[in-house]
Structures are given as C-alpha cells and as structure tokens.
Design a protein around this ligand. Structure first.
Ligand SMILES: Cc1cc2nc3c(=O)[nH]c(=O)nc-3n(C[C@H](O)[C@H](O)[C@H](O)COP(=O)(O)O)c2cc1C
Length: 422
C-alpha cells in the first residue's frame, strides 16, 4: 500500500496505547480539542458493527463502535431450540425475558472479543434509546468498565439517564448523543444542565438527508433538505453550546461536534464542518461486517436496486434502506412474527399495534426482518445511505472486472485517496 497521506494521518490517529491511564490522557486531549478527533464508524445494528468490525477499526487506529441494540438477536435464528423448545413455544413474557438474557450475554461476549484483539484501543458502544432493553444494556455497558464512548440515538435521553451518567462508576465513559438538529442538541444540554445531569462530551450530528438506518426527521423535515445544511447546523450548534455553557457558568468545556451522513470520499471528508467525521455505509460493505458476501454483491452493489426512504419501520421513525421486498404481510406471516415477538421495541412497536389487521398497516417486523438480513436470509431489511450509487461507481468494490468485498483496511485506504465519482 502507498504512503500514509495527510487525511489518513488525521483520521487514523489513535496512538498505540499501553495502558488505561495513557488512554485516559489521550481521550482528554481529543475531547478538549488538543489533538485530531479520529474517524469513528457509525454503529450498525443488528450486529453489523459487531466485535470483529469494531476491533478492526481500532486496530486501524480509528474509533471502533459496536452496535448494542437488540444484539441478542441470535434468539431469532429460525429453528433455534432453547432448552429443547422453539421460541414460539414460550409465552410473550418469557420471550421478552429471553431477549434480555441473550442481550446481556452478548454484551459480555462482544466486549471480551474486542478487548482480546485490542486491549487499549478506543471502543465505542451504540445503543438506541427506543429499544425495550435500553436500561439493562446501559447498565452492562457502564459496569463493564471497557466502553470509552457511548453513542445514544433514536429517542431523546431523559433526565434519569443523564443523571445516571453523572454517577461515579460512569465517569470513564464519554457521552456522545446522536442528534440531527440544533433543537435536539439544545434539549439535551438544557435537560442535563437543569437536572445535574451529564453534559454531552461531544455531539454526533447525523444528517437525515443522506444517512442510512433510522433518521432524525421530525414533522415536515423530510420536505426541507435545506434545514440540514451541515455548515449552518455546525455554526448554530457551536453558538448554542457556547451560549449555554456561559449561561450556566461552565468554563473551559470544549464539546466537539462530529458529522456523519455521506462522508466517505476524500473531498467529502475535507468539506465536513466540525471536529470529526464518522462513516457507516462504506464500511458495511466489508468482510468484517458479518454481512454475507452475496448480500453485498447481489443487493448492495446491484445497480438495479434503488434506495427507499419511508415510514415503514415499526419504530415510527423514518428510515432509509435498499428497495428490496420485506416478508410479505399475510395473516400467516403476522401470526408467525407475533408468536415469536421478543419485544425489541415493545410498547413503541407499530407492527404489533397493527397486527390485528392485515390490510391496515404497512409496517414490517423489524426484529424479524433485520435479523434475517444479518443471517443472510431473503426478505431482510437492508439499511443503506443515500449515496450508495457513488460507492458502486467508485471501483473500490471491484477486482478484475468482478464484484469484490474488501476488508475495512482496503476501503479506508481507497476512500482517503479518491474524490467522490461525479
Ligand atoms: C445497516 C445500517 C445500520 C445502522 N444501524 C444503526 C444503529 O443501530 N444505531 C444508530 O444509531 N445508527 C445506525 N445506523 C446509522 C449509521 O450509524 C450512520 O450514522 C449513518 O448511516 C450515516 O453514515 P453513512 O452515511 O456513512 O452511512 C445504521 C446505518 C446502516 C447503513
């Protein structure tokens, strides 16, 4: 591979650290703005950014972030027997409890696997607020003592959560909420400042106009792309943060702002405002994402498959995904899914709420369809950002005229040296 260029040395800049103490010192410098903020991957659930993925990012001197939302999804593997019984033979209450057990053991496994591969690398966790087992996953993350950065998206953090992060045993964690507007960032700042809660250590701004997965659009935002101009968001957010810190008499706290949503190629990254960038979709199409190679080559890299942005996710959020079929909505498929429901988003689930009427509701079962994508089964939900065409056209995912699934290392190396295809 060719020599390290300037972008690479800025973004793959986590030093090879030898102790937790050295890491703490380094992270203090990063969050105070004294050294470059390294590249991070955006969390990708379920388990696409898992232990192999996160450790590989960390071993490339970036921040590795594992998705920890409903990561006990193995429970949904078709035909799985748990103590001799299939999932649908358990009661609804037992299934919800089983997901919690599976989630908890997978947090332990993921952390252990990552730390075996990269003891002192910078390790992030991504949890969606909307998932039913948010609270128990949060406790496991805090108590592990091994997670350095916590990204929380899909829902507003409440004061209980912000106070929890202010407790003694959570001080080693840097809290970086995922927001898409200055309004949301202000609400988090205000809730923290008024309630003796944790002020964010950084903000992760996800641009819903381009990002993959669930999107932070509210009301009619989807009709107003101009509201998501990154430079305007950056300037307004910086003013808001500085103003609130001053108002509450907080001196010297620097809060970096990280941008995600279509920052892949050299020119895109160089144009990003803020102190750092994160990326997800380009790295999803890698050997380390756990996505079967066929799903990547036949679906993600297929120029005939478009991108759809709609409100079919049962969470109620808008989301962006490949325009591929979901499990067909029939009486039989609804019965199948409901009898295996593990309550991933429980009371927030529009699929469950509409389950009594096959005609009425267009939502899909996210627990079922997202885990199908992870298992490489047909009719899975394939989240993607709006810029997939650029990635398809870039040549990064081709070798000798054939489609090819690179390693994360190769993807980063190529992206840092190439402008977005016209
Ligand atoms: C397959 C996939 C899964 C995702 N899952 C999550 C998730 O579980 N939690 C989350 O906060 N964001 C999730 N996202 C959003 C990404 O982390 C990222 O912020 C967003 O896609 C913008 O980056 P990109 O344009 O480089 O993809 C997901 C995105 C993709 C493509």
């Amino acid at each position: 591979m060719s020599e390290v260029n300037a972008l690479e040395s800025r973004l793959l800049s986590v030093p090879n650290l030898d102790s937790k103490g050295d890491k703490e010192e380094y992270l203090n410098a990063v969050f105070r703005g004294e050294v470059d903020f390294p590249l991070a991957n955006g969390g990708m659930g379920i388990d696409f950014s898992g232990s192999t993925f996160a450790a590989e990012m960390m071993n490339n001197n970036a921040i590795g972030s594992a998705s920890l939302s409903a990561h006990g999804y193995e429970l949904l593997r078709p035909g799985l027997k748990i103590d001799g019984k299939e999932l649908h033979e358990y009661s609804a209450k037992e299934r919800i409890a089983l997901l919690e057990v599976y989630n908890r053991s997978s947090v332990e496994r993921i952390i252990k696997e990552v730390r075996e591969k990269c003891e002192y690398g910078v390790f992030g966790a991504n949890i969606m607020h909307i998932v039913h087992h948010f609270g128990s996953t949060l406790e496991d993350v805090i108590k592990s003592g091994e997670i350095d950065i916590l990204n929380i998206g899909a829902g507003m953090p409440n004061k209980g959560f912000l106070k929890r992060l202010n407790e003694e045993d959570a001080q080693h964690i840097r809290y970086e909420p995922i927001v898409s507007s200055v309004f949301a960032a202000r609400m988090i700042m205000r809730t923290a400042l008024k309630n003796d809660g944790r002020i964010p250590d950084a903000f992760y701004v996800e641009l819903p106009t381009i990002a993959g997965g669930h999107l932070g659009w509210l009301k009619d935002d989807h009709e107003h792309p101009e509201r998501f101009d990154p430079n305007t968001i950056y300037n307004d957010m910086r003013d808001m943060i500085d103003g609130m810190l001053e108002q509450y008499g907080i001196k010297k706290k620097h809060i970096p702002i990280i941008f995600a949503g279509g920052y892949a190629f050299q020119d895109q990254i160089e144009s990003a405002p803020g102190e750092g960038v994160a990326m997800a979709t380009p790295l999803l199409l890698s050997q380390e994402s756990g996505m079967p190679n066929e799903t990547i080559t036949e679906q993600y890299l297929n120029p005939d498959i478009g991108v759809i942005t709609d409100q079919m996710s049962p969470t109620g959020f808008w989301s962006r995904r490949l325009d591929t079929p979901h499990t067909e909505r029939t009486d039989e498929s609804i019965k199948h899914n409901v009898s295996r429901c593990v309550g991933c988003v429980l009371e927030n689930c529009k699929y469950l709420l509409g389950a009594s009427d096959v005609e009425k509701d267009a939502n899909y079962c996210i627990g079922h369809d997202l885990s199908r994508a992870r298992f490489g089964l047909p009719n899975g939900t394939l989240f993607v950002n709006a810029n997939i065409k650029e990635l398809r056209d870039s040549g990064i995912y081709e070798r000798d005229g054939e489609l090819y699934v690179p390693e994360i290392k190769e993807i980063l190396h190529a992206l840092f040296r190439m402008n977005a295809p016209a």
